[in-house]
Design a protein around this ligand. Structure first.
Ligand SMILES: *[C@@H]1O[C@H](CO)[C@@H](O)[C@H](O)[C@H]1NC(C)=O
Ligand SMILES: *[C@@H]1O[C@H](CO)[C@@H](O)[C@H](O)[C@H]1NC(C)=O
Ligand SMILES: *[C@@H]1O[C@H](CO)[C@@H](O)[C@H](O)[C@H]1NC(C)=O
Ligand SMILES: *[C@@H]1O[C@H](CO)[C@@H](O)[C@H](O)[C@H]1NC(C)=O
Length: 338
């Protein structure tokens, strides 16, 4: 990806010229080191731009994001930190357009098998119980809904059979085209569960590997069944207590508003917002707990790779005053039944 030195220096001159018009002479302009950081960042994440023009545009966005992250961390009044990650040259609009992909259904009411459970453990981490596969990466495809549904399906399959098997998101993306599910253009977790139920099973990740594109359904692979579910149920809406009952028993598909810059650059700690309730992202709640200082959180598995958040996970504040939960986490949850 190395740019020629000549090109690079033309680019540097360009940036310096812009800087000179903005600021009077400086011995070491901090923007120069930012330029250097952008270069290093491009190397780290293997980012290649088609020309200097694109590079200038991307640098501007990178600079804005880095400044936002720095200012946020310096204020230090939040229990979480932001970090420069693989998404640092994308605006939040661009990021949202390519990385999320959740659709939201008018809420359907089903029975709720965990309605009357009591004596819930004070914390839960399904990773420690062997019910969570390693973090995956949806890449530039709005297939979060498939990743969310598959994470919950992998969980219930492990809990009912004792076997943790990585299952196929691509099968959902390619083959579940019956209703409003549109592959990389988004879909519903509930429909993914319905698809697996009607198909009488789902293939493994290795049988039907992820491609991050809208493919054509491969019927041969679709007929390979490594795991089964018999249906799904919805968690009663706007009720974090009901969500807790469900997550205490199995990994659950949840919907959140992941549209803000703070979420895009979340790096560690308990996320407390800002975010709204405009649900646009499907993830999986795989546990809950409380920090030493008493902050309650949901443990959430995301599908943006391990360089985002806490090795691909986010802890989101739990039991907030709004009944929708933080970022709407209690508004649209569902789980498969073995
Ligand atoms: C919960 O308890 C109520 C009252 O006893 C009962 O009507 C309901 O069917 C129970 N729900 C479940 C899912 O068992
Ligand atoms: C993916 O498929 C959906 C539904 O068929 C379609 O609307 C969309 O344009 C496709 N996207 C790409 C990137 O091919
Ligand atoms: C479907 O998958 C099978 C098994 O991997 C493969 O042999 C076949 O070529 C695939 N069909 C298409 C149309 O890609
Ligand atoms: C899934 O269910 C079908 C029908 O009940 C059964 O034939 C099949 O063996 C099951 N597969 C798995 C992996 O449990």
């Amino acid at each position: 990806m190395a740019l020629s030195t000549a090109k690079l220096s033309i680019f540097a001159v360009l940036i310096l010229a812009t800087l000179a018009s903005q600021t009077k002479s400086r011995m070491v302009p901090p923007q120069l080191s930012l330029l250097e950081r952008h270069k290093q960042w491009m190397e780290q994440y293997g980012r290649v731009y088609k020309d200097d023009e694109e590079r200038v545009v991307r640098f501007k966005i990178f600079k804005k994001n880095v400044e936002f992250i720095k200012a946020f961390n310096e204020v230090g009044t939040r229990p979480y930190k932001l970090g420069i990650n693989a998404f640092a040259d994308l605006t939040k609009e661009e990021f949202k357009a390519t990385r999320n992909g959740l659709k939201v259904k008018s809420c359907k009411i089903t029975s709720f098998k965990y309605e009357n459970v009591s004596a819930l453990p004070s914390s839960m981490d399904w990773r420690k119980k062997g019910a969570v596969t390693p973090i995956k990466d949806q890449a530039q495809c709005g297939s979060c809904w498939a990743f969310s549904a598959i994470a919950a399906t992998e969980g219930i399959h492990q809990l009912s059979t004792g076997k943790l098997i990585s299952l196929s998101e691509q099968e959902i993306v390619d083959c579940d085209r019956t209703s409003q599910d549109q592959g990389c253009e988004g879909g519903y977790m509930e429909d993914a569960f319905e698809f697996i139920t009607k198909n009488k099973g789902i293939a493994t990740e290795s049988t039907y590997p992820y491609q991050a594109t809208n493919g054509t359904c491969n019927k041969t692979k679709e007929s390979s069944h490594a795991a089964n579910i018999s249906g799904y149920e919805k968690v009663p809406i706007n009720n974090e207590e009901a969500l807790l009952k469900a997550v205490a028993h199995q990994p659950v598909s949840v919907s959140i508003d992941a549209g803000g810059l703070a979420f895009q650059f979340y790096s560690s700690g308990v996320f407390t917002g800002d975010c709204g309730t405009d649900l646009d992202h499907g993830v999986a709640a795989v546990g809950y707990g409380k920090t030493d200082d008493g902050t309650k959180y949901w443990l959430v598995k995301n599908s943006w790779g391990t360089s985002w958040g806490e090795e691909g996970y986010i802890r989101m504040e739990r039991d907030i005053s709004a009944k929708e939960g933080l970022c709407g986490i209690a508004m649209d949850s569902s789980y498969p039944i073995a």
